[in-house]
Design a protein. Structure first.
Ligand code: GAL
Length: 337
């Protein structure tokens, strides 16, 4: 079942919310602004609903770092100055974090308005992103489809088709908080199929070196509660997790991440080689969420993507999309409640 509502207006553009409800009473709400995942409301025993993801209002979504639930592209993560090389030529792209291009730069997917095509169980957002739009080479036709299945899964399908060689490394920046009450994610348990993570420069651009997770706070191969792990990381500048995990080779049926709290659980599937885990470490009063007070560790983002290590080591998997080609990427989240 599909419902369409006026959500508000940003910079003169009307924003529409699309809500899909499945036969179990689960409701998925997405917005055409930023192709944003706005809510995942699951039924509760008392007959009401609980939202499992952090969300905000249009003022919050319009902030430069308002990546909550947004579609991210053309390139999730960080491209350091001079790092992008396409067809053997260095390519400059606009910076939005010092000299770094974060999450597609100042005019990435998260800032754009999409055309929507909604049906009973899915919404497809499309648009053409030109070099004039975001400063990346190539005219890129993008689609982002959110599907809510009868088996309580949200499936996000991203496609990109380009006329000139570019990069296509999309993800979704949804933050989870599975607590029934207003609390942080420190009481959540995380399992991550990652034996290593990437070393970072102080600017958070990858150095190319890989660090083994065994016997470090970064080892989540067995389910571990986040609170104690985050406490071990309080003395580093991040004061928590903000890391690029290298995902182990795995079968498509094997999850890359499992997050749980009580009986609520989200299981993420992806064929990509990396997941950035970010535990909203320095969040404070400057942010406003609809169901949770903003504070450190109020949410956890698990961003499946192609590792930016390919920018440093040409021998690794690349996010390049060659002229005249297209690519499909999928992230699937199964949840119980
Ligand atoms: C993450 C990134 C963080 C922060 C966040 C958005 O992907 O690793 O450093 O920028 O996005 O606020």
């Amino acid at each position: 079942m599909l419902t369409t509502d006026k959500f508000g207006e940003v910079a003169g553009h009307a924003v529409t919310a699309y809500t899909i409800e499945n036969r179990n009473g689960v409701q998925l709400t997405v917005l055409d602004y930023g192709a944003t995942w706005h809510a995942l409301n699951v039924p509760t025993p008392d007959g009401s609903h609980q939202n499992l993801i952090l969300n905000t209002d249009l003022a919050g979504y319009a902030k430069p770092d308002g990546y909550f639930g947004k579609a991210i592209g053309r390139f999730a993560g960080r491209i350091g100055a001079g790092q992008l090389v396409l067809d053997g030529q260095p390519v400059a792209v606009p910076a939005n974090e010092g000299t770094t291009t974060l999450h597609g730069g100042p005019h990435g997917f998260s800032t754009l308005f999409f055309k929507a095509d909604a049906a009973a169980d899915h919404v497809t957002f499309t648009r053409t992103v030109t070099p004039e739009t975001d400063g990346f080479p190539g005219t890129l036709d993008v689609s982002v489809t959110y599907t809510l299945t009868a088996a309580d899964e949200v499936v996000i399908d991203f496609t990109g088709a380009t006329d000139q060689t570019t990069v296509f490394n999309p993800t979704n920046h949804v933050y989870w908080n599975l607590n029934a009450a207003d609390d942080t994610i420190e009481n959540h348990t995380l399992r991550l199929a990652a034996a290593s993570h990437y070393e970072l420069e102080p600017s958070k651009v990858l150095t190319g070196a890989v660090v083994a997770n065994a016997d470090t706070p970064y080892d989540f191969r067995e389910p571990r509660q986040l609170g104690p792990a985050l406490r071990e990381l309080q003395t580093i500048p991040e004061a928590g997790l903000d890391d690029v995990f290298a995902i182990d080779d795995h079968a498509a049926t094997e999850p890359v991440a499992v997050l749980s709290q009580g009986q609520r659980q989200v299981t993420m599937y992806s064929a990509r080689n990396a997941v950035v885990v970010f535990t909203s470490n320095h969040f404070g009063d400057e942010l406003h969420f609809l169901h949770h007070q903003s504070r450190p560790h109020v949410g956890i983002a698990m961003e499946a993507q192609t590792s930016a290590a390919g920018l440093v080591d040409p021998g690794l998997t690349q996010a390049t999309l060659a002229a005249g080609t297209s690519r499909h990427e999928q992230i699937r989240y199964a949840f119980t409640y």
